[in-house]
Write a protein that binds this ligand. Sequence first.
Ligand code: GTP
Ligand code: MG
Length: 239
Amino acid sequence: RKQLFKLSTGSKALDKLLGGGVEAMSITEVFGEFRCGKTQLSHTLCVTAQMPGPNGYIGGKVIFIDTEHTFRPNRLKSIAERYNLNENAVLDNILYARAYNSEHQSELLNIVGCKLHEEAGVFKLLIIDSIMALFRVDYSGRGEIFDRQHKLGQMMSRLQKISEEYNIAVFITNQIASDFKSPELATRPIGGNILAHASTTRIALTKGEGAIRTAKLLDSPDLEEAEVHFLITSGGIDD
Ligand code: GTP
Ligand code: MG
């Protein structure tokens, strides 16, 4: 069986939790409340994906689909600095696209498919931050949930196919339910069963004191359900 590459999250503890890092040919989802570090983790991966890693991984380019307008080139500069990389080179290796609605988000995946086909082997990571934000807005009506889940399912199988066909890691962020009174339900990721089944690896993030964050691995097929702590620093995600 082909050796899959794994991308470092920037935190050794989190990498260990993930069995080495964010894995190629599958979908990794992080979810959690606001400011828990989803976007910071996305930014860190943009940089680490460009660096050589274990098992002969040579690094590659990144595609970033931004649905919340929270992509920050300046953050990438300070993360690049931490790893002694040239900040402009790091930025040049990121193909950035802003999605304006869920339809557009899915159209962008068509373009991504073409790009991956044209430049075979060049891209190693596809990020969508966040997967549900636009669906949530576009299908906000009570009767629209069925349509939403149908479209979401199509998008997720598309992502799975892309990850396998082009040997890339797909990393998506997700929000938690905020419209529930019960505290237990309020820690659940949105997207229902469709998203739960489509994500190979799911990580729940929670806030600790200051820069401390906790990551917990959920229903992984082959890894232990454990939790670790990490930090958000100016150099990105760290221990
Ligand atoms: P939402 O998208 O709002 O749901 O949140 P998120 O989970 O994407 O949170 P995000 O990744 O944006 O994390 C925000 C946290 O990162 C905040 O606590 C910030 O203080 C911290 N942060 C952002 N930039 C920096 C930085 O340059 N240095 C440090 N040390 N922390 C930062
Ligand atoms: Mg964010």
